[in-house]
Ligand binder design. Structure first.
Ligand code: ACO
Length: 327
């Protein structure tokens, strides 16, 4: 995992003139602080740092990778893919590279995609990176969105394993009718950014992330349990089999409601939203890294990852963990 060093607390936001309070943000979201990149740092910088750690941790040489798959909604450029920047920087000379755009569901989509390539026999070793620097696209005067997001990256190396180990099942879903529930309208081919298109404040508004928080919240509390149950069912498992629940970190209330729904004790729910806010595609791999470091993740554990976000998209993977951290 990789996080920028710059910490912005809720009180810092208030001190900068935002009409909010630490109490409101903590009570409604669970967020206390977030990490924010400086002007010189782009998504690939965080992604490369996380990728190098993942390769070292896995004991795999970058030259042996077949694919670099980067899940991001905030690539360095509109194109080419940020995965190509990572591929070159880490020296993955034999790997293909592409980006995958599924916002906060990106890491789940990436793991499912990599699993398909590996299980088909087409590829052997794949680096999946989840990275986002959404703070670059925030309107820091909009209290309904700017309090929520932070920057970060997480990466994992996936490779072939024995049957009934590793990724046991995957569920992916989308509902494009929710396109405008959370989106960034400008910068694509529908509304390119150039001197002619951006002349007034309404247009400038479109260059920032926009969200209907209530809509996304209601979608999340419905889709989270539904998707987890579907993924467990596909793996012939039950909620009581879950050793660790690693969900996208958007709001502590969404995390707690899922844990309560499935009778998961809070020590089996990984939480980092308090320290990092919503890091989009990075939140799940960061949570996995922290779970491993704190001795919560063991070989043989049934780990359920679940993400949801812009698109609208959602995804889950049920994983029998194959790695032993000796903690
Ligand atoms: N500080 C103080 N007051 C605030 C703030 C703030 N930062 N933000 C909003 N308010 C006010 C509103 O103006 C409103 O006031 P009003 O009643 O006078 O109109 C009141 O608080 C309640 O606002 P709501 O939006 O109804 O608050 P809610 O309880 O729904 O919480 C929140 C908002 C935290 C955004 C919640 O809806 C949420 O977490 N939604 C999910 C967001 C999410 O998960 N996004 C993930 C996808 S993102 C991606 O894919 C990139």
């Amino acid at each position: 995992m990789s996080l920028p060093p710059n910490v912005i607390t809720n009180d810092d936001l208030k001190k900068n003139g935002l009409e909010t309070t630490n109490e409101w943000i903590v009570q409604r979201t669970g967020i206390r602080e977030r990490r924010v990149t400086d002007a010189e740092t782009a998504s690939s910088d965080l992604a490369i740092a996380a990728s190098l750690q993942a390769l070292e941790d896995a004991g795999i040489d970058a030259k042996d990778l077949d694919l670099v798959l980067c899940a991001t909604a905030t690539g360095d450029y509109v194109w080419p893919a940020t995965a190509c920047i990572i591929q070159q920087a880490i020296g993955a000379t034999k790997a293909g590279a592409f980006d995958l755009s599924a916002a906060c569901s990106g890491f789940c989509y990436g793991v499912s995609t990599a699993t398909g390539f590996i299980q088909s026999g087409m590829m052997d070793k794949i680096l999946v990176v989840g990275v986002d620097t959404l703070t670059k696209h925030l309107d820091w005067k909009d209290r309904s969105t700017c309090i929520l997001f932070g920057d970060g990256a997480g990466a994992a190396v996936l490779s072939a394993c024995a049957p009934n180990e590793g990724v046991l099942s995957s569920v992916l879903g989308a509902d494009g009718s929710g396109l405008k529930s959370v989106w960034l309208p400008a910068g694509g081919t529908r509304t390119p950014i150039n001197a002619e298109t951006f002349t007034d404040s309404a247009s400038e508004h479109d260059t920032h992330l926009q969200m209907n928080g209530r809509e996304v919240y209601e979608f999340a509390v419905k889709i989270v349990p539904q998707t987890i149950l579907e993924a467990l069912d596909k793996a012939c498992l039950r909620p009581s089999d879950i050793d660790l629940l690693v969900m996208h970190q958007a709001n502590i209330r969404i995390l707690h409601s899922a844990a309560e729904r499935f009778g998961i004790a809070l020590d089996r729910l990984v939480v980092n939203v308090d320290r990092y806010g919503n890091t989009s595609a990075a939140s799940i791999p960061i949570a996995l890294r922290e779970a491993a470091d704190s001795g919560k993740l063991h070989k043989g554990d049934i780990v359920v990852t679940m993400g949801f976000g812009a698109g609208l998209t959602w995804g889950a993977n049920v994983i029998r963990w194959t790695r032993d951290y000796g903690i």
